[in-house]
Design a protein around this ligand. Structure first.
Ligand SMILES: NC(=O)c1ccc[n+]([C@@H]2O[C@H](COP(=O)([O-])OP(=O)(O)OC[C@H]3O[C@@H](n4cnc5c(N)ncnc54)[C@H](O)[C@@H]3O)[C@@H](O)[C@H]2O)c1
Length: 256
Protein backbone atom coordinates (compact mmCIF):
# COMPACT_ATOMS: atom_id res chain seq x y z
CA UNK A 1 0.00 0.00 0.00
CA UNK A 2 1.34 3.40 -0.95
CA UNK A 3 1.75 5.92 1.89
CA UNK A 4 -0.65 8.54 0.46
CA UNK A 5 -3.05 6.41 -1.61
CA UNK A 6 -5.93 8.56 -2.97
CA UNK A 7 -5.03 11.55 -0.78
CA UNK A 8 -5.37 15.05 -2.19
CA UNK A 9 -2.20 17.04 -1.62
CA UNK A 10 -1.68 20.80 -2.07
CA UNK A 11 1.92 22.07 -2.28
CA UNK A 12 2.90 25.73 -2.52
CA UNK A 13 6.11 26.49 -4.35
CA UNK A 14 5.56 23.12 -5.99
CA UNK A 15 7.29 23.93 -9.28
CA UNK A 16 10.87 23.90 -8.01
CA UNK A 17 13.34 22.42 -5.54
CA UNK A 18 11.93 20.85 -2.38
CA UNK A 19 8.30 21.48 -3.35
CA UNK A 20 8.77 19.76 -6.68
CA UNK A 21 10.47 16.75 -5.08
CA UNK A 22 7.58 16.50 -2.58
CA UNK A 23 5.03 16.72 -5.40
CA UNK A 24 6.65 13.93 -7.39
CA UNK A 25 7.16 11.65 -4.37
CA UNK A 26 3.56 12.25 -3.21
CA UNK A 27 2.37 11.21 -6.67
CA UNK A 28 4.57 8.10 -6.52
CA UNK A 29 2.83 7.30 -3.23
CA UNK A 30 -0.60 7.42 -4.84
CA UNK A 31 -1.68 11.01 -4.11
CA UNK A 32 -3.41 13.43 -6.46
CA UNK A 33 -1.26 16.55 -6.36
CA UNK A 34 -2.06 20.23 -6.79
CA UNK A 35 0.96 22.47 -7.13
CA UNK A 36 0.67 26.20 -6.53
CA UNK A 37 3.27 28.68 -7.71
CA UNK A 38 3.62 32.27 -8.90
CA UNK A 39 3.05 31.43 -12.55
CA UNK A 40 2.78 28.54 -14.98
CA UNK A 41 6.19 28.07 -16.61
CA UNK A 42 8.55 25.36 -17.80
CA UNK A 43 9.18 24.30 -14.18
CA UNK A 44 5.50 23.83 -13.39
CA UNK A 45 4.98 21.98 -16.69
CA UNK A 46 7.92 19.68 -15.98
CA UNK A 47 6.63 18.98 -12.46
CA UNK A 48 3.13 18.15 -13.75
CA UNK A 49 4.70 15.85 -16.32
CA UNK A 50 6.61 13.98 -13.58
CA UNK A 51 3.41 13.68 -11.52
CA UNK A 52 1.63 12.16 -14.51
CA UNK A 53 4.59 9.86 -15.26
CA UNK A 54 4.14 8.55 -11.72
CA UNK A 55 0.63 7.51 -12.80
CA UNK A 56 -1.16 10.20 -10.85
CA UNK A 57 -3.25 13.30 -11.46
CA UNK A 58 -1.62 16.72 -11.28
CA UNK A 59 -3.11 20.21 -11.26
CA UNK A 60 -1.40 23.60 -11.38
CA UNK A 61 -2.88 26.66 -9.76
CA UNK A 62 -1.44 30.16 -9.88
CA UNK A 63 -0.92 31.60 -6.41
CA UNK A 64 1.07 34.30 -4.65
CA UNK A 65 1.19 33.16 -1.04
CA UNK A 66 1.97 36.72 0.09
CA UNK A 67 -1.59 37.70 -0.88
CA UNK A 68 -4.34 36.25 1.30
CA UNK A 69 -6.89 36.74 -1.52
CA UNK A 70 -4.72 34.83 -3.98
CA UNK A 71 -4.34 31.97 -1.49
CA UNK A 72 -8.10 31.80 -0.82
CA UNK A 73 -8.79 31.66 -4.56
CA UNK A 74 -6.14 29.01 -5.20
CA UNK A 75 -7.42 26.72 -2.45
CA UNK A 76 -10.96 27.21 -3.75
CA UNK A 77 -9.83 26.10 -7.20
CA UNK A 78 -8.12 23.00 -5.80
CA UNK A 79 -11.26 22.07 -3.86
CA UNK A 80 -13.33 22.53 -7.03
CA UNK A 81 -10.88 20.51 -9.16
CA UNK A 82 -10.23 17.60 -6.80
CA UNK A 83 -13.25 17.77 -4.48
CA UNK A 84 -11.20 17.94 -1.27
CA UNK A 85 -7.92 18.68 0.47
CA UNK A 86 -6.28 16.15 2.79
CA UNK A 87 -2.66 17.27 3.04
CA UNK A 88 -1.18 20.77 2.65
CA UNK A 89 2.54 21.37 2.33
CA UNK A 90 3.20 25.09 2.81
CA UNK A 91 6.58 25.20 1.18
CA UNK A 92 6.82 28.39 -0.93
CA UNK A 93 9.68 30.57 0.23
CA UNK A 94 12.42 32.96 -0.82
CA UNK A 95 15.95 33.59 0.40
CA UNK A 96 16.08 37.37 0.47
CA UNK A 97 19.05 39.73 0.57
CA UNK A 98 22.25 38.80 2.38
CA UNK A 99 22.93 41.73 4.66
CA UNK A 100 23.55 42.76 8.24
CA UNK A 101 20.33 43.57 10.10
CA UNK A 102 20.86 47.36 10.06
CA UNK A 103 21.80 47.30 6.37
CA UNK A 104 18.82 45.19 5.25
CA UNK A 105 16.43 47.32 3.19
CA UNK A 106 12.89 47.83 4.50
CA UNK A 107 11.53 46.41 1.22
CA UNK A 108 13.82 43.37 1.49
CA UNK A 109 12.69 42.74 5.07
CA UNK A 110 8.99 43.07 4.16
CA UNK A 111 9.24 40.83 1.11
CA UNK A 112 10.78 37.93 3.04
CA UNK A 113 8.34 38.29 5.96
CA UNK A 114 5.38 38.58 3.56
CA UNK A 115 6.25 35.42 1.64
CA UNK A 116 7.93 33.23 4.26
CA UNK A 117 5.83 34.07 7.33
CA UNK A 118 2.60 35.76 6.25
CA UNK A 119 2.40 33.32 3.31
CA UNK A 120 2.36 30.33 5.66
CA UNK A 121 -0.28 32.03 7.84
CA UNK A 122 -2.47 32.80 4.82
CA UNK A 123 -2.28 29.20 3.62
CA UNK A 124 -2.95 27.71 7.06
CA UNK A 125 -5.97 29.99 7.54
CA UNK A 126 -7.73 28.77 4.40
CA UNK A 127 -6.58 25.15 4.63
CA UNK A 128 -7.81 24.92 8.22
CA UNK A 129 -11.24 26.31 7.30
CA UNK A 130 -11.71 23.31 5.03
CA UNK A 131 -10.03 20.75 7.29
CA UNK A 132 -12.12 21.78 10.30
CA UNK A 133 -15.28 21.07 8.30
CA UNK A 134 -14.07 17.60 7.35
CA UNK A 135 -12.53 17.03 10.82
CA UNK A 136 -9.40 15.65 9.30
CA UNK A 137 -6.22 16.89 7.68
CA UNK A 138 -2.47 17.27 7.76
CA UNK A 139 -0.52 20.52 7.44
CA UNK A 140 3.24 20.59 7.00
CA UNK A 141 5.10 23.90 6.99
CA UNK A 142 8.53 24.05 5.37
CA UNK A 143 10.56 25.77 8.09
CA UNK A 144 14.35 25.41 8.37
CA UNK A 145 17.20 24.81 10.76
CA UNK A 146 17.07 28.62 10.74
CA UNK A 147 13.77 28.30 12.61
CA UNK A 148 15.94 27.04 15.49
CA UNK A 149 19.22 28.98 15.33
CA UNK A 150 20.46 32.26 13.91
CA UNK A 151 22.50 32.81 10.74
CA UNK A 152 24.43 36.01 10.07
CA UNK A 153 23.21 38.25 7.24
CA UNK A 154 19.77 36.61 7.13
CA UNK A 155 17.71 38.35 9.84
CA UNK A 156 14.41 38.45 7.93
CA UNK A 157 14.69 34.80 6.81
CA UNK A 158 15.64 33.63 10.31
CA UNK A 159 12.86 35.68 11.93
CA UNK A 160 10.30 34.33 9.45
CA UNK A 161 11.33 30.70 9.99
CA UNK A 162 11.26 31.10 13.80
CA UNK A 163 7.76 32.54 13.28
CA UNK A 164 6.75 29.53 11.20
CA UNK A 165 7.76 27.26 14.08
CA UNK A 166 5.57 29.32 16.43
CA UNK A 167 2.60 29.13 14.06
CA UNK A 168 3.11 25.38 13.70
CA UNK A 169 3.13 24.68 17.45
CA UNK A 170 0.18 26.97 18.15
CA UNK A 171 -2.03 25.58 15.37
CA UNK A 172 -1.19 22.03 16.50
CA UNK A 173 -2.50 22.85 19.97
CA UNK A 174 -5.61 24.54 18.60
CA UNK A 175 -6.66 21.87 16.07
CA UNK A 176 -5.40 18.46 17.27
CA UNK A 177 -8.76 17.67 18.90
CA UNK A 178 -10.40 18.16 15.49
CA UNK A 179 -8.29 15.45 13.88
CA UNK A 180 -5.82 17.85 12.26
CA UNK A 181 -2.06 17.33 12.56
CA UNK A 182 0.20 20.36 12.10
CA UNK A 183 3.98 19.97 11.89
CA UNK A 184 7.05 21.42 10.22
CA UNK A 185 10.08 20.13 8.39
CA UNK A 186 13.37 21.82 9.21
CA UNK A 187 15.91 21.18 6.45
CA UNK A 188 19.58 22.02 6.59
CA UNK A 189 21.08 23.65 3.48
CA UNK A 190 19.65 21.88 0.43
CA UNK A 191 21.01 22.04 -3.11
CA UNK A 192 18.05 23.69 -4.91
CA UNK A 193 17.52 26.66 -7.24
CA UNK A 194 17.11 28.84 -4.12
CA UNK A 195 20.83 28.42 -3.45
CA UNK A 196 22.08 28.14 -7.02
CA UNK A 197 20.17 31.29 -8.05
CA UNK A 198 21.94 33.06 -5.18
CA UNK A 199 25.22 32.10 -6.87
CA UNK A 200 26.34 29.42 -4.42
CA UNK A 201 27.76 27.21 -7.19
CA UNK A 202 29.80 30.10 -8.64
CA UNK A 203 33.60 30.38 -8.46
CA UNK A 204 33.37 33.56 -6.31
CA UNK A 205 31.25 31.79 -3.69
CA UNK A 206 33.38 28.65 -3.47
CA UNK A 207 34.58 29.62 0.01
CA UNK A 208 31.03 30.28 1.23
CA UNK A 209 29.84 26.95 -0.16
CA UNK A 210 32.67 25.13 1.61
CA UNK A 211 31.90 26.94 4.87
CA UNK A 212 28.24 25.93 4.61
CA UNK A 213 29.02 22.32 3.66
CA UNK A 214 31.39 22.02 6.60
CA UNK A 215 28.71 23.28 9.00
CA UNK A 216 26.87 19.97 8.40
CA UNK A 217 28.21 16.85 10.15
CA UNK A 218 28.07 15.04 6.78
CA UNK A 219 30.11 17.84 5.10
CA UNK A 220 27.72 18.22 2.20
CA UNK A 221 24.42 19.86 1.29
CA UNK A 222 21.24 17.81 1.29
CA UNK A 223 19.11 16.97 -1.72
CA UNK A 224 15.48 17.94 -2.28
CA UNK A 225 14.63 14.22 -2.47
CA UNK A 226 16.07 13.62 1.03
CA UNK A 227 13.75 16.32 2.39
CA UNK A 228 10.79 14.98 0.41
CA UNK A 229 11.18 11.48 1.91
CA UNK A 230 10.82 12.85 5.45
CA UNK A 231 7.95 15.12 4.38
CA UNK A 232 5.92 12.30 2.81
CA UNK A 233 6.45 10.14 5.90
CA UNK A 234 5.28 13.04 8.10
CA UNK A 235 2.22 13.51 5.88
CA UNK A 236 1.29 9.83 6.12
CA UNK A 237 -0.63 7.96 8.83
CA UNK A 238 2.69 6.47 9.93
CA UNK A 239 3.24 9.80 11.73
CA UNK A 240 -0.18 9.74 13.45
CA UNK A 241 1.22 10.63 16.92
CA UNK A 242 3.48 13.44 15.64
CA UNK A 243 1.95 16.83 16.45
CA UNK A 244 3.31 20.37 16.73
CA UNK A 245 6.96 19.69 16.09
CA UNK A 246 9.64 20.21 13.49
CA UNK A 247 11.32 17.16 11.98
CA UNK A 248 14.96 18.09 11.50
CA UNK A 249 16.50 16.87 8.23
CA UNK A 250 19.85 18.58 8.36
CA UNK A 251 22.84 16.26 7.93
CA UNK A 252 23.78 17.00 11.54
CA UNK A 253 23.88 20.83 11.27
CA UNK A 254 22.09 21.37 14.59
CA UNK A 255 23.98 18.60 16.39
CA UNK A 256 27.11 20.70 16.85
N1 LIG B 1 17.23 25.21 -0.11
C1 LIG B 1 17.53 25.27 1.18
O1 LIG B 1 18.71 25.26 1.57
C2 LIG B 1 16.44 25.34 2.20
C3 LIG B 1 16.75 25.04 3.55
C4 LIG B 1 15.76 25.10 4.51
C5 LIG B 1 14.48 25.45 4.15
N2 LIG B 1 14.18 25.74 2.86
C6 LIG B 1 12.82 26.14 2.55
O2 LIG B 1 12.25 25.23 1.66
C7 LIG B 1 11.27 25.89 0.87
C8 LIG B 1 11.52 25.59 -0.60
O3 LIG B 1 12.80 26.12 -0.95
P1 LIG B 1 13.64 25.60 -2.20
O4 LIG B 1 15.03 25.55 -1.77
O5 LIG B 1 13.01 24.42 -2.80
O6 LIG B 1 13.49 26.89 -3.15
P2 LIG B 1 13.20 27.05 -4.71
O7 LIG B 1 13.55 28.46 -5.01
O8 LIG B 1 13.80 25.96 -5.49
O9 LIG B 1 11.61 26.86 -4.79
C9 LIG B 1 10.74 27.77 -4.18
C10 LIG B 1 9.46 27.84 -5.00
O10 LIG B 1 8.57 28.76 -4.34
C11 LIG B 1 8.00 29.60 -5.32
N3 LIG B 1 7.61 30.88 -4.72
C12 LIG B 1 8.40 31.90 -4.33
N4 LIG B 1 7.65 32.91 -3.87
C13 LIG B 1 6.36 32.52 -3.98
C14 LIG B 1 5.12 33.15 -3.69
N5 LIG B 1 5.08 34.39 -3.20
N6 LIG B 1 3.98 32.45 -3.91
C15 LIG B 1 4.03 31.20 -4.42
N7 LIG B 1 5.17 30.56 -4.74
C16 LIG B 1 6.32 31.22 -4.52
C17 LIG B 1 9.09 29.78 -6.37
O11 LIG B 1 8.55 30.23 -7.61
C18 LIG B 1 9.67 28.38 -6.43
O12 LIG B 1 8.98 27.56 -7.36
C19 LIG B 1 11.36 27.37 1.23
O13 LIG B 1 10.36 27.69 2.18
C20 LIG B 1 12.72 27.48 1.87
O14 LIG B 1 12.81 28.56 2.77
C21 LIG B 1 15.13 25.69 1.88
Amino acid sequence: MEKLQDKIVFITGGSSGIGRACAVLAAQHGARVAIADLKADENSHATLQEIRQAGSEGYFVECDVASVGSVEQAIGKVLAEFGGLDIAINNAGIGGEANLLAETSDQGWEKVINVNLHGVRHCMKHELKHMVKQRNGVIINMASILGHVGFANSSAYVAAKHGVMGLTKTAALEYAHLGIRVNAICPGFIHTPMLTNAGLDSEEMKGTLQFIENAHAVKRLGTAEEVAKATIWLASDEASFVHGTGIIVDGGYLAQ
